[in-house]
Write a protein that binds this ligand. Structure first.
Ligand SMILES: [Zn+2]
Ligand SMILES: [Zn+2]
Length: 339
């Protein structure tokens, strides 16, 4: 079932390549990169028309970005389920969670065994008499998903389940992705708390690591679905890991190389973890990037359960914002990470 109505795409794609751009002074290389990116994102549910816009990157560099607004949901796979409703539910009825570097099924047994899994007696996320899981779904699930410290006075030991239909509006995200990456002099491992990591070709965000400690400390779970993504009212659907078979892939320009899955917030391309022969490149740097003739510098994602999609940014990052009419000043940061 694809619940996204294709009619959300209001303007035909061909217009995007011929549109007059808002910024001036971009180089020929930046214009060509823009045209390449617009083509790569044809799988996303684009709102309006992508453009070349002025942007101020995280290190203060003023440059040109692709500005693209997308419906913040994957265009090519279903979302959910997240929380099982009973401790007898199977893996098909629940989602996934990261435990100690592994992707675990959040089935009924997982909920039943939380106190053992985390060696913490305070976990009790089900009714001991009925086996019903304490789920907060629908509107309240989305409120809690957006802000664990909300004012609805929820108890701990709840499984938070926010579906796109219950946010009450269509969530869009507007991305400013640098057209010409500007290398940083010193990489930071504080990765993407504001901008996220990047944009998948299907329109979903590659997000910063989920704050697992914060979530677990509150004895609350916000499980991912089988594509290791979930939803909050700000970012819409977003991934905390890259899962094989989830989302659009584009063949690399080099035979045998891993497929491309999106672009990072610093403008470098993001590829699947493994090359087509099942091996991982041996020369990846701390950011999980390397330079390859014909592909330039690019990233390969971490294993899914690492809860960190790439290692760090090698270049200054752009912006992802909720306001489609907003500007990008990535030096203006400091909001706390969101679930
Ligand atoms: Zn590579
Ligand atoms: Zn999240």
């Amino acid at each position: 079932m694809n619940f996204l109505k294709r009619s959300l795409k209001p303007i035909s794609f061909v217009f995007a390549l011929s549109v007059a751009t808002a910024a001036t002074g971009q180089t020929q290389a930046q214009t060509e990169r823009f045209e390449t990116l617009v083509e790569l994102y044809q799988a996303a549910t684009i709102v309006g028309v992508p453009s070349i816009a002025d942007c101020t990157l995280s290190g203060g560099e003023e440059t040109h970005c692709m500005k693209i607004t997308v419906v913040a949901a994957p265009s090519d796979h279903i979302t959910g389920p997240y929380c099982p409703t009973s401790i007898t539910d199977t893996a098909e009825e629940g989602g996934k969670w990261f435990v100690d570097g592994e992707v675990r099924d959040v089935d009924g047994a997982f909920i039943a065994n939380l106190s053992e899994i985390y060696d913490d007696e305070e976990w009790q996320m089900f009714d001991p008499e009925t086996g019903d899981v304490y789920v907060r779904a629908n509107e309240i699930g989305c409120i809690v998903a957006g802000d664990p410290n909300n004012e609805t006075d929820q108890p701990s030991n709840i499984c938070v389940d926010c579906g796109l239909a219950f946010i009450g509006r269509t969530v869009t995200q507007t991305y400013f992705i640098p057209l010409d990456p500007v290398a940083v002099s010193e990489v930071s491992d504080r990765i993407g708390p504001n901008s996220g990591i990047g944009l998948a070709f299907n329109g979903a965000k590659f997000d910063a690591p989920a704050p697992l400690d914060l979530i677990l400390g509150g004895h609350t779970l916000g499980p991912f679905d089988d594509c290791t993504g979930h939803i909050n009212p700000y970012s819409g659907y977003h991934y905390h890991g890259v899962t094989e078979g989830c989302g659009a892939r584009v063949d690399a320009a080099i035979e045998g190389h891993a497929a491309q899955i999106g672009v990072a917030m610093d403008g470098h391309d993001i590829y699947d973890r493994l090359d087509l022969d099942g091996t991982q490149a041996a020369d990846l740097d701390a950011c999980r990037g390397h330079e390859v003739e014909g592909l330039g510098y690019h990233y390969h994602v971490n294993p899914t359960a690492d809860n960190q999609i790439i290692g760090c940014f090698a270049a200054e990052t752009g912006c992802s914002i909720s306001d489609a009419d907003g500007m990008c000043d990535a030096t203006d940061s400091g909001r706390p990470p969101r679930p």
